[in-house]
Structures are given as structure tokens and as C-alpha cells.
Design a protein around this ligand. Structure first.
Ligand code: PYR
Length: 467
């Protein structure tokens, strides 16, 4: 066999901490190790997008755009990768096309090289604007299959979808297995069929939750996968990913040898090992996220969705209902046309399941978002929703079949006007667009801090001048 070095996307700076510690790794925690990470020939470093943007402004008082600029500066030899939720951008609702185009443009302008784009329903119409914009900006476009299990999801479905994304302009395809449902032999078959059909590289992204990811990655590699996602070992396993060092060691000396140096990886490992100790000591990493939880194979609940649901139940004083809610999820999914559970459908389905259980009656209370899902606002569901269920949820209102974004007027001008009073950089309008409730508070704090620093400088300059 000809040599086929496997490429690695390192996810420790994004998905690993999103999965294990609710996306709370700060820039100050990342920064000291970036020069050492920069020496490692990864395919790419996933470090932005997904929930990091939300976490930055909601919890960490960090400007996400400034974070990206620092990452760009400190990782000059790496391709920086972000996760983008297609038409939902980094938020939880579909946006108008002009907002999506502007977001992609600014992401690339601030340093992103690889944009991984997914849609929760695998509706290609929700990726079309993002793919086109990323192509225009010269980024590497990675189109995602949101992987799930259901009576309507099979390899034929996924391969057809991946082919469509390739035709739309994707430069590679990622099998995004967010709940860790891929089994080794299924992975083998799916990768084989993708490789037989596509002419672009295939990446495997599989969470370790059910304890299957390392086996699936290996079988996927044997089937021809080109890139795999792994996380530096201190933040690997559990709801995160397979460990980078383990994969590098497993492939050493084979035709798939990654070429990565275990000694250099160990320098990076030692740094994250200390961070892990800190996160465990201060309770940021819960032991629940670290072990193998095979329950996910039945309920398909990704880590982030699980902690959300647990919090909703706790707030309602109904923690004892967790098992009932878990059993309700597959029913709600079936009613809603078998959506894969990933942002935002994971929250939509999870919250509806919680309401169904705690109110003791199915669909007595229906969230606005769940109505939107049934109405078609998030795209075409994988299976058609039964007309009687649509009627139960929407009454006489008819669901749409067109692309929802086509019904939205351009929104950038309005957003710009609304954000103007806080904006200190062009990108601020996008931060505001994403989280209009949280952003103003974030801006006020950030701007006050900046004014304080500027005032100190001015004061110093004035005094120096007098002297
Ligand atoms: C996100 O949308 O943030 C995921 O990690 C899927």
C-alpha cells in the first residue's frame, strides 16, 4: 500500500473544552502554550466558533474577535478552523443571507482558514450561502454530515447529501458524529462509500461519549479517511474526543503515520495536564463528562444537551424525572421528523421533551422554537412530519416548503443601526446580531474597561507632557 499520512485536526482549543467544561477555557489559559502548539504540523487547529463565541461574551468577558486575532498572531503556521452553524451562524435562529455573508467575510478577514459548516437538519439550502461566501473569501470549506441514527438515515442518504455539498463547493467533507454514535464497522462502510463517490478529502469527527471513537477512527482510517479530529490527551475521552497522542502512537511506523512528534506533543500535553488538574479541582470538569456513557447509544443526547436538560429539570425541582425525559426524547424526535440532535435542534427537542414530561401531558405547552421546527423555519426535516401532528402543533397554519431564509429581508442595516451606540469595531454588529440580549452588557463592560485604559494612557501622556 502506498503511504497515506493521516492528517489531524486538533480540537483542544474548541470542541474539547466545549464538551468537557462548558466552553470556559479562557484566552489567558490558552495563550502560553500556543507557540509550542504552533510547532506541530497539524492539518488544522479548531479554535473558534461553535459555542466559544457565546461563552466569550456571556461568561468570560472576552471579545471573541480579539480572541481570534490573538490566535491568528500566536499560531502563524497553523490553519485556524472554526465551526459554523450554516444559516444559524453561531446563534440559535436562522439569519438573513446578508448577515451570513458578512459573518463569513469577517471571520476570514480576522484569521480563519478553514470553515466547517453544518446544518442540524442536513438541509443543503441552509449551507448554500455560507459555502458560497466562504468560497468567495478563499477559505477551505468543510461541509458536514450531521450524523444520527433513525429509520430514514443510512449510508445512501449521507453519501447523496455529501455529494450535494461537494457540488455546492465544499473542499472536504466531515462526518460530524456529535453524540458518539458511529460504530467502527459502520464508520468503515460509510467512509468507503464516501471515498468511492467523492473526489474531496473525508474527515471523521466522533465524540468519545459511548467509548467507540478510537475504534471508529481506526476503521475509518483503514477505509480511506484523510483527516481525523483528536484532542490533546488531558482534555480527551468522555464527552470529548480520542486523544491526539494515542492516535499518533497507534499509527507510528505504519503507512498512515501522521509524522507528528510525540516528544513535542508531550510538551503541549504537560501544559494541558496542569489545566486539567485545575478544572477538576475547581469543579469545572464534572466526573460525569469524563467516563464512558453508553446511554447515548439509546437516547442520542450530545453532552451539551444533557447538561442543559439537567439544569432545566433542576430549576423546576424535577431532577427525578431525568429518565422519563431521556425516554421522551426519541418520541419527540420521531414526531418532529427525526432531526439529528445538534445545535439548535438538540435544545429544541430537549426542551420540548422536558415540558412534555414535567407538565404530564404531551405538547400541552409547545415552545416557539418547536413550532418553528414543525413550521419548516429550520429547514426540511429528514422525514416528513405527519399531517395530524402538524395540525396539533400549528393548528390551521400551513408549514412552509421553501427555504426559510428566502422569506427574510436583509437585516444588516437594521442590526448596524441598533448596535451603533456600542460598536467600536465593524465586527461588533455581528456580536450583537448573535446575542442581542447579552451583547449590550458585554459591550458596556468592555468599552468602560477600554476607556479606563485609554484614560490612564491620556493621563500619563498629559503628565509626561507637563514634565
Ligand atoms: C455547536 O454547534 O456548537 C456544536 O458543537 C455542534
Amino acid at each position: 500500500m502506498a503511504k497515506k499520512p493521516i492528517k489531524i485536526t486538533e480540537v483542544v482549543l474548541r470542541d474539547a473544552h466545549q464538551s468537557l467544561l462548558a466552553t470556559r477555557m479562557t484566552m489567558d489559559e490558552m495563550r502560553p502554550i500556543l507557540p509550542e502548539m504552533d510547532k506541530i504540523p497539524y492539518f488544522s487547529v479548531e479554535c473558534w466558533g461553535g459555542a466559544t463565541f457565546d461563552s466569550c461574551i456571556r461568561f468570560l468577558d472576552e471579545d471573541p474577535w480579539e480572541r481570534l486575532r490573538i490566535l491568528r498572531k500566536e499560531l502563524p503556521h497553523q490553519k485556524l478552523q472554526m465551526l459554523f452553524r450554516g444559516q444559524n451562524m453561531l446563534g440559535y435562529r436562522p439569519y438573513a443571507d446578508d448577515a451570513v455573508e458578512y459573518f463569513v467575510q469577517k471571520s476570514v478577514a480576522n484569521g480563519i482558514d478553514v470553515i466547517r459548516i453544518f446544518d442540524a437538519l442536513n438541509d443543503p439550502r441552509n449551507l448554500q450561502t455560507a459555502i458560497k461566501a466562504a468560497n468567495k473569501e478563499g477559505a477551505h470549506v468543510q461541509g458536514c454530515i450531521s450524523y444520527t441514527l433513525s429509520p430514514v438515515h443510512n449510508n445512501e442518504y449521507y453519501v447523496k447529501y455529501a455529494k450535494t455539498l461537494e457540488e455546492m463547493g465544499a473542499n472536504s467533507i466531515c462526518i460530524k458524529d456529535m453524540a458518539g454514535l458511529l460504530t467502527p464497522y459502520t464508520c468503515y462502510d460509510l467512509v468507503k462509500e464516501l471515498k468511492n463517490t467523492l473526489s474531496i478529502p473525508v474527515d471523521i469527527h466522533s465524540h468519545y461519549t459511548a467509548g467507540l471513537a478510537s475504534m471508529s477512527l481506526l476503521k475509518g482510517i483503514e477505509a480511506g479517511a484523510d483527516i481525523v479530529d483528536t484532542a490533546m490527551s488531558p482534555l480527551s475521552g468522555g464527552t470529548s474526543h480520542m486523544a491526539t497522542e494515542s492516535l499518533v502512537a497507534a499509527l507510528q511506523g505504519t503507512d498512515y503515520d501522521t509524522g507528528l512528534d510525540l516528544k513535542q506533543l508531550n510538551v503541549v500535553r504537560a501544559y494541558f495536564a496542569k489545566l486539567r488538574e485545575k478544572y477538576i479541582a475547581n469543579g469545572q470538569i464534572s466526573p460525569k463528562s469524563l467516563g464512558v456513557d453508553a446511554n447515548t447509544l439509546l437516547y442520542q443526547v450530545p453532552g451539551g444537551m444533557f447538561s442543559n436538560m439537567l439544569k432545566q429539570l433542576k430549576d423546576a425541582g424535577k431532577e427525578d424525572k431525568l429518565d422519563e425525559v431521556l425516554a421522551e426524547i426519541p418520541r419527540v424526535r420521531e414526531d418532529a421528523g427525526y432531526p439529528p440532535l445538534v445545535t439548535p435542534t438538540s435544545q429544541i427537542v430537549g426542551t420540548q421533551a422536558v415540558f412534555n414530561v414535567i407538565l404530564g401531558e404531551r405538547y400541552k405547552m409547545v415552545t416557539k422554537e418547536f413550532k418553528g421546527l414543525v413550521h419548516g423555519d429550520y429547514g426540511k426535516t429528514p422525514a416528513p412530519i405527519k399531517p395530524e401532528f402538524t395540525k396539533k402543533i400549528l393548528g390551521d397554519e400551513q408549514p412552509i416548503t421553501c427555504r426559510f431564509a428566502d422569506t427574510l429581508a436583509p437585516e444588516m442595516d437594521k442590526l448596524k443601526a441598533e448596535a451603533a451606540k456600542w460598536a467600536t469595531q465593524e465586527e461588533d454588529v455581528l456580536t450583537y446580531a448573535m446575542f442581542p440580549q447579552v451583547a449590550p452588557k458585554f459591550f458596556e463592560k468592555r468599552n468602560a474597561k477600554k476607556q479606563g485604559v485609554d484614560a490612564d494612557h491620556a493621563d500619563y501622556a498629559n503628565k509626561s507632557h507637563i514634565v
